[in-house]
Structure formats: structure tokens, C-alpha cells
Design a binder for this molecule. Structure first.
Ligand code: NIG
Ligand code: FE
Length: 413
């Protein structure tokens, strides 16, 4: 039996697609956001079935919801998070207020290694319960598809533990979830004095075979940065991932331009993420491939770092996505609407560009744009009804306000 849901009297139906696109939106196309005024939306069996003007609204469907002049958006696609972690790190944040740098804290064994120590001693069940609570909040913020990374394990056992938690989350919840293996997040202390390759070998020869054998990851990631892995080390790991069928999504250009973007593009990475700093060679490298530039404005905001140069990338006709980077060290928030506000206020993205970058291009950065990221026939009915809003721009404009009223995942409230 089919189950129908009809949403009536929608002021603005935002992010509709008449034909589902195969590629992310680039350059000027990023500002094209299709909006239907005074609309209805029909859902069948958890998928978008139809939409149109209220004049043509079907008579009787199953369940009916009167949007009563409020708007409907497709759910956000948050393509970069570290949502599984054991403990918050507000004490390091206070140290930074007093003047310590993020990289300084990392060199002392704080930061990622601090999170790894806590995670290693935390049972899988506890991590799972904490992550489920965070996902409930993620859903309230309007996110319908999310990527979650490992990378706070840093031992075979604990990386497996994190990825098994993510697999359990996939099974337990209706949100779309993609898992990324980030064993190369930081070099553990015991490998730092002359045996960095020992840790890389552990990733390549022990972690990867087991992870791919159990089908625990959809992607591989490396933190390519002076405090973490060099470009040559990153390439070794990306290549090893590829041998196990894992495409790359790379942390790069957060604090330094090291040529990591060109390396990632050469290896066909799905995305390069962060890009607080971008030089001309990086832009040229991105033009050579199909790698999406995923910007994480709330991490730059939280660290008081340079703002990712979104305009430079969009004006170079590149594909830009937006994500939260939700993690305890650099972005302790999974609130996508705030990311959109920062993108507009600090990075000069237009509201339409920010919405597309946070929906369709986020879905593309997870190779899921056939199923997620817009309101199109046949895609999953992941959408939210807003509170009363005068216009589309009002959503990123009202930073800090909670304008998301009701979230539907696979057509269910
Ligand atoms: O994306 N930069 C690397 N990884 C995370 C931060 C992780 C942490 O500090 O715990 C990020 O910002
Ligand atoms: Fe990150």
C-alpha cells in the first residue's frame, strides 16, 4: 500500500529541480536556486512524487499538512563532520582565548591526541549513545544527510570501534550517513620520534585491509598539514585507499598551502575540505579536475582563522560545498543554518549560493545527488517546513534564530 503525504499552501518551495542533475553546481550556476511560489508538495512512499502550483493541487491524498504560508526547503547535506567523539574540549578553547595557538596545542599532544586518548578509553556503547543524541540535534537543525569521520581512534582497535559506531548509527537512524576513514588524522606520540612511517604502515597494512574487509568506510581522508601528514605521506595513504576502492576526501590548506590540493586533484579526490588559505596554484589545480571545494566557515570562525575565499573559487567557475566540520576541537556546532549565515556574512556568498552549496553540492560531495540535495521527483523526501519567513534570504540573514519548524525524513516527521 502506498502512503501519501500532501503539504499544501507553501509560500515558497525552495530548491526544486525538474531534472535531476548529475554534477555539482559551479561558478555562476551556483546562484540559480529554483523557487516555486504558492505551491503544494506530494510525497509517496518516502520519496518526492510531485509538486506544483496550489491551483493544480491534487484533491485528496493520504495525510495532509497545511504549511499555512510558511516555506519548504530540502534538508541540508552536511558532507564533513567528526560527530563521533568522546568528550568536548572547552578547556583547550579557554587556553586559546588566553593566547595559545591550535598548532601549539597539537604539538604538545593536545588537540586531536587529547580526543584520541578519551575515545580510546570510552566503550563503544557510550560512543554510540552520545552520537545518537547528537544526531537528534543534527536533525532538528534540518540536516538529512551527513558524513561522519573516524580519526579519534588512531589505533587499529579504536579506529575500528569508531567506524563500527558509525555503522550502527546508519542502521539505527533514518538520516543518510556516509562513513569516512581518517586514521591519518594525527601521528600518535609514540611514532613522532623518527618512526612516522611506522604509523603510516599501520594504516596501510593493518587498518585499511580490515576496514575494507568489513565494508566499514565509504571514503578515505588524510589531514594534509604541517602538524599532521606531508603531501608525500598523504599521497601514499590516498593511493592505498584507492587500492581498497575508497575515494578520497582530504583535509587540506587549513593553515598552510603545501601543494596538497594539486595532489588530491591528481588522485581524483571527491572533495578537498577547509581551504582557509588558497593560492593561485591551488585554484589552477582545482580547474584541472572535478574535485569539489568544501568550505567549513564555522571552523575558521571558531579558530579566528582566515575566512575561506569562496568568491575566488566560485568566480574561477569551481564547485563549492558548505559543511559544519562538527568536532570538539575546531567547530563544536552542527548547526548548518549558522554555517550558511557565516558563508554569506564573512565569505560574501549570496544566500542562493549558500543554500545550493549546503544542499545539492553537499550531496555531490558525498556522491549522493541522485537521492538527496533538492526537491525533485524520485529523490528522498527529506525536507523542512520553516517558521513564517518573508523571503529565502531571511534564513541566512537571521543568524542565530531558529527558523526550522518541522523536519521530515523520508517523508516522516
Ligand atoms: O577539521 N583539522 C583537522 N581536523 C579537524 C579538527 C580536529 C580536532 O581538533 O579535533 C578539523 O578542523
Ligand atoms: Fe574536519
Amino acid at each position: 500500500m502506498t502512503t501519501n503525504l500532501l503539504i499544501k499552501n507553501i509560500k515558497q518551495l525552495v530548491g526544486i529541480e525538474s531534472t535531476v542533475r548529475n554534477a555539482p553546481l559551479k561558478g555562476t550556476a551556483l546562484s540559480r536556486l529554483d523557487v516555486l511560489e504558492n505551491a503544494y508538495l506530494l510525497v509517496e512512499d518516502g520519496l518526492f512524487a510531485d509538486f506544483g502550483n496550489m491551483e493544480n493541487c491534487p484533491e485528496r491524498a493520504g495525510q495532509e499538512v497545511d504549511a499555512d504560508g510558511r516555506s519548504v526547503f530540502p534538508c541540508w547535506c552536511d558532507s564533513h563532520t567528526h560527530l563521533v567523539f568522546a568528550k568536548s574540549r572547552e578547556e583547550e578553547w579557554v587556553d586559546r582565548i588566553k593566547g595559545l595557538g591550535y598548532e601549539e596545542i597539537a604539538h604538545r599532544g593536545g588537540g586531536i591526541l587529547n580526543s584520541a586518548r578519551r575515545l580510546q578509553e570510552t566503550p563503544e556503547e557510550v560512543l554510540f549513545e552520545q552520537a545518537m543524541e547528537r544526531l537528534a540535534e543534527v536533525r532538528k537543525f534540518g540536516t538529512g544527510l551527513i558524513e561522519i569521520k573516524s580519526g579519534y581512534g588512531l589505533t587499529l582497535e579504536s579506529e575500528l570501534k569508531m567506524l563500527r559506531v558509525i555503522r550502527r548509527l546508519k542502521e539505527a537512524i533514518d538520516l543518510g550517513i556516509k562513513a569516512t576513514f581518517l586514521g591519518a588524522h594525527s601521528v600518535p606520540m609514540e611514532y613522532r620520534n623518527g618512526n612516522r612511517q611506522g604509523y603510516i604502515d599501520l594504516i596501510i597494512n593493518e587498518m585499511l585491509p580490515q576496514i575494507s574487509g568489513e565494508g566499514l568506510a565509504d571514503y578515505i581522508d588524510v589531514f594534509c598539514e604541517k602538524v599532521a601528514f606531508s603531501v608525500a605521506e598523504s599521497e601514499q595513504i590516498i593511493e592505498a585507499g584507492a587500492r581498497h576502492g575508497l575515494k578520497a576526501k582530504i583535509h587540506v590548506n587549513q593553515f598552510n598551502c603545501m601543494g596538497g590540493i594539486a595532489a588530491a586533484v591528481r588522485h581524483g579526490a571527491v572533495s578537498v575540505d577547509h581551504l582557509e588559505l588558497v593560492n593561485e596554484a591551488d585554484v589552477e589545480a582545482l580547474k584541472e579536475g572535478e574535485t569539489i571545494a568544501t568550505l567549513l566557515p564555522s571552523a575558521a570562525f571558531f579558530l579566528n582563522d582566515p575566512v575561506p575565499p569562496a568568491r575566488k573559487l566560485i568566480d574561477a567557475n569551481l564547485a563549492v560545498a558548505l559543511a559544519t566540520d562538527f568536532n570538539p576541537g575546531t567547530s563544536p556546532s552542527a548547526r548548518m543554518p549558522f554555517v550558511l549565515s557565516l558563508a554569506c556574512i564573512q565569505m560574501k556568498m549570496l544566500p542562493e549560493e549558500a543554500i545550493n552549496a549546503a544542499t545539492l553540492n553537499g550531496a555531490s560531495a558525498l556522491e549522493c545527488s541522485q537521492e538527496y540535495g533538492s526537491i525533485a521527483k524520485g529523490k528522498r523526501a527529506n525536507f523542512f517546513i520553516t517558521k513564517p519567513m518573508p523571503s529565502v534570504a531571511f534564513l541566512p540573514y537571521s543568524f542565530g534564530s531558529d527558523l526550522i519548524d518541522t523536519v521530515f525524513i523520508n517523508g516522516k516527521r
